[in-house]
Ligand binder design. Structure first.
Ligand code: PHE
Length: 377
């Protein structure tokens, strides 16, 4: 402690103060000391220490001044010591309170600054995805058929054998059931059944015809399931779009014309289509539609001069099955086979997407690898 700081511990006589003027300057000195200490108060702790140094009852400056200067002062000095002490006290009280307020305001400001949302910070980037390639191809095919008057119908993925087979003219022991090698559901005892995962979208043909009268022009997109072992061209789940048109006088020409239109819209105007005889229990006649190979332009020879690996040199790529609706099917839905005719087709979407985009492994559709997905934004 400097001499001046220790002054309140001494008596006025010991300090050599005998006149009112000396009292004035002594108090001025103390006040100055107070003001300079106030400048060092920066936070709550230093403020408390400062307040106690001046106001603490036991050994604060004011207690000392009262005890050592005021109380023992000679009668002629007492007045001026008392007045100066009061004045100093007012100054000290108001300064200490002002200091407290300004510290509190600062603290509030600091907290607010901490809580403030900093709009200049980069946000959390949530990557926006895009429709899966399969979904995009669905959309593209749907749009082509919308443009010629078809609309979308849908049906359940869990089916009864009646809709998946019988009503499509596939009776219980028909050999084509073997090809479908189906997933049956394990049902609780006593539940009505059996139920299976549909093997094709064709059951929705039946469901649609049951609900509606001709004219019908629908496409039926959806998932189908077969017990296939996964490889580059097989998956236990894949996607189809079924097509069905039934009216009073639909001909084979309407059928091939529609398919040809679709193939050209989807693969390009230069692509040729052809159909070959085939067999499905629910179409008669049945055909298999081919498109001229989109990789070698139908020549069967790749750019390198080698045989085109995609069509194996034939110049044609098998696309999907189709046919004129078998009259037997109409009987299952209460249509008069003599009065209506129509055609149906079942397009494998995954296969079409692979052909169009040069993808040689169906599994990449289901692996969710963003490096693949990003190529089709
Ligand atoms: N449902 C048949 C299949 O999945 C495809 C098909 C549909 C064939 C409609 C003819 C008519 O193989």
């Amino acid at each position: 402690m400097s001499t001046s700081e220790s002054k309140p511990s001494q008596s006025l006589a010991a300090l050599g103060v005998h006149s009112a003027e000396q009292v004035q300057s002594l108090f001025a000195e103390v006040r100055q000391q107070f003001d300079s200490q106030a400048g060092n108060v920066t936070d709550e702790n230093s403020w408390k220490a400062f307040r106690d140094a001046w106001l603490a009852r036991k050994s604060g400056v004011f207690t000392l001044v009262t005890d050592n200067w005021l109380k023992p002062a000679s009668p002629d000095l007492k007045r001026s010591v008392g007045a100066a002490l009061n004045e100093l006290r007012k100054h000290v009280d108001s300064e200490i309170e002002a200091k407290r307020l300004s510290l509190a305001a600062n603290a509030e400001g600091n907290a607010a600054a901490k809580d403030r949302v900093d709009l200049s910070l980069p946000g959390v980037i949530r990557p926006v995805g895009s429709p899966h390639l399969i979904r995009q191809v669905f959309q593209e095919i749907e749009d082509i058929f919308f443009s010629i008057g078809f609309s979308v119908a849908e049906g359940p993925e869990i089916e009864t054998p009646y809709y998946n087979f019988e009503a499509l003219n596939i009776p219980e022991h028909h050999p084509v059931r073997d090809d479908m090698d189906t997933f049956y559901l394990e049902l609780p005892k006593g539940a009505p059944g059996p139920l299976l995962l549909r093997t094709h979208t064709s059951p929705v043909q039946i469901r649609t015809m049951e609900k509606r009268r001709p004219p019908i022009r629908v496409i039926i997109p959806g998932k189908v399931y077969r017990r296939d072992n996964p490889d580059a061209t097989h998956s236990f789940m894949f996607h189809q779009i079924e097509g069905l048109a039934v009216d009073s006088s639909i001909t084979f020409c309407d059928f091939t014309g529609t398919i040809d239109y679709f193939v050209k819209q989807f693969f390009g105007g230069n692509v040729k289509s052809r159909f070959r005889p085939s067999y499905f229990p629910f179409t008669e006649p049945s055909v298999e539609f081919d498109a001229s190979c989109v990789f070698c332009g139908g020549s069967g020879t790749a750019g390198s001069g080698n045989t085109c690996s995609k069509c194996k040199g034939s110049g044609w790529i098998e696309l999907f099955g189709a046919g004129m609706v078998d009259p037997t099917v109409y009987k299952f839905v209460g249509y008069d086979p003599k009065k209506v005719s129509g055609f149906a087709f079942g397009i494998g979407i995954d296969r079409l997407a692979m052909l169009k985009h040069g993808i040689d492994d169906i599994q990449v559709f289901f692996q969710n690898d963003v490096r693949f997905l990003r190529q089709f934004p």
